[in-house]
Design a protein around this ligand. Structure first.
Ligand code: HH2
Length: 283
């Protein structure tokens, strides 16, 4: 959260990011995502989960059809579209919560937006100029995330001299590239990309200094949910990282992150509600 005005606009809607901390719920329509792979590959199960995420208090539902866990192979665009488009269509009709499409591919982004999504969540930071064109054309919102390299190789030997300064400079450049491509600045949101080409020490340094990213003047989104840095700290498997996720979410909400991308929406909505009450007088 932030003092003063901070809006994130997408389509004809907007999130008031200065009013409280927001929660983005994860809906992976994939066979192989690192924590929920295979659970929601069936469109019916995915739509049911989306409706549940909305009822649990998600402010945005992020629908993805390609796992980007470390070492993963890319999925062809047609496969990704077949997974996400029917789910987005159905959910757009059933819930009033804005939907985002989690993809690196411009053609998948366009199909997701046509199906009823209002936001593109691009883990490659809009590196493909055609992605920026799609967003500029449609008036969608755009999440620009930092990732070193690509999911196949990103964890090989990530190196930074100053991870916070480098990630911040990259995100600043991507914001300017998006604006140059004709996207309104108030449609952009930035994300330091926890776990994307980062070792434990890098992830902790980014989390510790999350307020640095707010200096870019755009809402800051962070995705710590169930990630491997928690596994390393706690010696906990992926299905046993709820408390670790809650600790990271509480810290991030208190330090001014605006949107938290999580799998456990019901629990994390409660965490941010308490933090907002303590830190930001949002009783
Ligand atoms: N993390 C994942 C996927 N997309 N998008 C943003 N903006 N920020 C993140 O931190 C982020 C993201 C990875 O989590 P998940 O979707 O659960 O896993 P997978 O990539 O295996 O589907």
């Amino acid at each position: 959260m932030t003092t003063g005005e901070l809006w994130w606009r997408f389509g004809d809607r907007a999130l008031d990011c200065a009013s409280r901390t927001h929660v983005m719920g994860v809906l992976n329509v994939t066979p192989d995502s690192f924590s929920d792979g295979g659970l929601f590959l069936d469109p019916e199960a995915a739509v049911r989960r989306g409706i549940e995420l909305a009822a649990e208090g998600a402010d945005v539902i992020d629908v993805g059809g390609e796992s980007t866990r470390p070492g993963s192979d890319p999925v062809p665009a047609e496969v990704e579209m077949d997974r996400v488009v029917p789910v987005i269509k159905r959910l757009a009709a059933e819930v009033d919560v804005p939907l985002s499409i989690d993809t690196r591919k411009p053609e998948v982004a366009r199909a997701g937006l046509d199906a009823g999504a209002a936001i593109v969540n691009d883990i490659s930071g809009g590196r493909d100029a055609r992605m920026l064109e799609v967003v500029a054309d449609t008036g969608a919102g755009l999440v620009l995330m930092h990732m070193l390299g690509d999911p196949k190789t990103m964890q090989a030997e990530p190196r930074y001299d100053d991870v916070v300064a480098e990630v911040k400079a990259y995100l600043g450049q991507r914001v300017e590239a998006a604006v140059q491509a004709g996207i309104d600045r108030d449609r952009l949101c930035v994300d330091p990309g926890i776990g994307f080409g980062k070792k434990l020490e890098h992830n902790l340094e980014l989390l510790r200094n999350v307020d640095a990213f707010a200096e870019l003047g755009r809402p800051v989104l962070v995705g710590p949910s169930r990630k491997s840095f928690l596994g390393k700290l706690l010696g906990a498997e992926v299905d046993d990282r709820l408390e670790g996720t809650a600790a990271a979410v509480a810290w991030l909400a208190a330090r001014g992150a605006h949107i938290l991308r999580v799998h456990d929406v019901r629990e994390m909505v409660r965490v941010v509600r308490v933090v907002d009450a303590i830190v930001h007088h949002q009783e």
